[in-house]
Ligand binder design. Structure first.
Ligand code: F6P
Length: 542
């Protein structure tokens, strides 16, 4: 039986540790005192090298957090997940995404998983062949949330591995501007539409799919069987929509965990069957690491425990993700759903209100763009926001640059790396008032006292960050990176005693939308609050 984190002796010990020394921990002193600190806090998993040394913790903090994991039986909860037990209590479902990336013969439901994978990959290869033959030029993937963010992010990340000449588009928003921007680029007879919806009831996706079908027919398209496919766990609904090629998956695969299932079809089309299998293998390697590695070296475990340490003891409310790779620019958006839809909960598994905070706000932007936008706040704002830097050592542009361009791109890559490392360094080191006084040159405003300016120019430092280092951004390493985040979210959810696999919080807004929609046509505002009524009248132009 797993205990909720706050009810364990380890939680009390962590609070005492925080009160005694944790709150006053200083990274600069820690590095000065221990030359082995970087090594002691760097972990390796599935080809990823992750430096956790710039975090506000000591060996003692880490040991206490590991005690917490053990008293919450995170290992037992993890094993139940891997065994395919029905750990999603409020929906009465197993959690099966790890089974989708297990090799043949391993993991629950292996035969069905392998059959579904083989079918999907055979179709993906057939689509690639149609593209090679010039019959298809565009694939439009229609889906939202977990049926969009994963494939859209991964296709972008692995663009250099994609079949040249086949364009992939992702349409998610119910706002018709999304679809309308794509349609003029297409020829109906050269386009494949994939409608992706686990439930096949999602308003945005069905609206876009209906519009795409209407456009296809209006363009003279006839062979809908060849130009429409669907990925859904509700095959019958997809078939009723008029789609012949429906690739199914199971209720136990949550939307935000479904990239490994047939929802990954656009990725498989882009990179091919073999590379898609490498993608799954990279994620599986991370799963094995999570399942088999002792706590002292277990990367997702320690990342998840750090999240608890920061959220519940330091009180930090958000985490920023800074991928220093243009291909990963949608990774923060992907993580937002993964983490906030999973752990943005206020009751535990028994329905009891939680007396502590859960999911942080996760946000970010590709480095170096974020540096020129909000890094000011990360360095000098009043909130401490841990930052997760992701660096990729070997660039890949999808072609081999040569001559002057090769040199210029190599130089740009060095600049990218230097920026990434410098930001982490700056967050940690800061700049004292004395240093700022020494460096402060006369300003354009002679009335400003030098010490006032120095206060503006000093940095508190001691701000924590993670540094995730990847050799290359390729199918296996991307799979491992995503699985790492899935499992770290699992760990914090397990300590908090919440169900990380339901998402009731999205339902109320959907239901109210369904009730308001007919009122937009009728103008009926009876019973509405005054603000909604006024906005509805405004939306009708009344
Ligand atoms: O509204 C949230 C949500 O239910 C997500 O959990 C899910 O990923 C998304 O909607 C899309 O759902 P579906 O795949 O069923 O269209």
């Amino acid at each position: 039986m797993s205990a909720r984190g706050d009810r364990t002796p380890a939680w009390a010990a962590l609070q005492a540790h925080f009160n005694a020394e944790g709150h006053a921990f200083d990274l600069r002193q820690a590095f000065a005192a221990d030359p082995g600190r970087a090594e002691a806090f760097t972990l390796l998993a599935a080809g990823l090298r992750v430096d956790l040394s710039k975090h506000l913790w000591t060996a003692r903090t880490r040991a206490l957090l590991i005690d917490l994991a053990s008293q919450c039986d995170v290992a037992g909860q993890r094993d139940a997940q891997f065994r395919g037990e029905a750990i999603n209590g409020t929906e009465g479902r197993a959690v099966l995404h790890t089974a989708l990336r297990a090799p043949a013969g391993a993991g629950p439901h292996s035969d069905e998983v392998q059959r579904a994978l083989a079918d999907m990959l055979a179709y993906a290869e057939a689509v690639r062949n149609r593209a090679r033959a010039g019959e298809l030029t565009d694939v439009v993937h229609i889906g939202i949330g977990g049926s969009d963010l994963g494939p859209a992010m991964a296709v972008q990340a692995l663009a250099p591995h994609a079949l040249p000449g086949l364009r992939l588009h992702f349409v998610s928003n119910v706002d018709g501007h999304d679809l309308a921007a794509v349609l003029p680029q297409l020829r109906a007879d050269r386009t494949l539409f994939i409608v992706a919806s686990k439930t096949f009831t999602t308003q945005e996706t069905l609206a876009n799919a209906e519009a795409a079908k209407a456009w296809f027919l209006a363009q003279g398209g006839t062979d809908t069987a060849a130009h429409f496919a669907a990925t859904s766990s509700h095959r019958a609904a997809a078939a009723a929509f008029g789609i012949d090629h429906v690739f199914g998956f199971w209720d136990g695969v949550g939307g935000r965990y479904s990239l490994w299932s047939v929802i990954g079809l656009p990725l498989a089309i882009a990179i091919g069957a073999e590379a898609f299998r490498s993608f799954l293998a990279g994620a599986h390697a991370l799963d094995r690491h999570f399942a088999e590695t002792p706590a002292e070296l277990n990367l997702p475990l320690q990342l998840g425990l750090l999240d608890v340490w920061y959220r519940n003891f330091h009180g930090f409310g958000s985490r920023s993700v800074a991928p220093y790779h243009q291909g990963l620019r949608r990774f923060p958006a992907y993580l937002q759903q993964l983490e906030m839809e999973s752990n943005g909960k206020r009751v535990d598994r028994d329905g009891d209100l939680l007396p502590f905070a859960t999911s942080p706000v996760v946000w970010g932007e590709a480095g170096t763009n974020g540096q020129h936008a909000y890094f000011q706040m990360l360095h000098q704002g009043t909130d401490v926001i841990p930052v997760e830097f992701i660096a990729v050592r070997e660039p890949a542009y999808g072609f081999a640059p040569h001559g002057a361009l090769k040199e210029r791109l190599a130089d740009q890559h060095s600049k990218l790396m230097a920026n990434c490392l410098a930001q982490a360094q700056a967050l940690m080191q800061g700049k004292s008032f004395d240093e700022a006084v020494r460096e402060t040159a006369p300003t354009a405003n002679p009335a400003l006292a030098p010490d006032v300016l120095a206060r503006h120019r000093s940095f508190p430092g001691n701000r924590p960050s993670t540094l995730i280092l990847m050799e290359r951004l390729e199918p296996a390493s991307l799979g491992a990176l995503i699985a790492l985040h899935e499992q770290r979210v699992f760990v914090s959810g397990a300590v908090w005693g919440i169900n990380s696999f339901d998402q009731w919080g999205v339902e109320l807004g959907k239901a109210l939308c369904h009730r308001l929609l007919p009122r937009l046509a009728s103008g009926d505002t009876s019973g509405l609050d005054a603000s909604t009524a006024a906005a509805l009248r405004w939306a009708r132009g009344a």
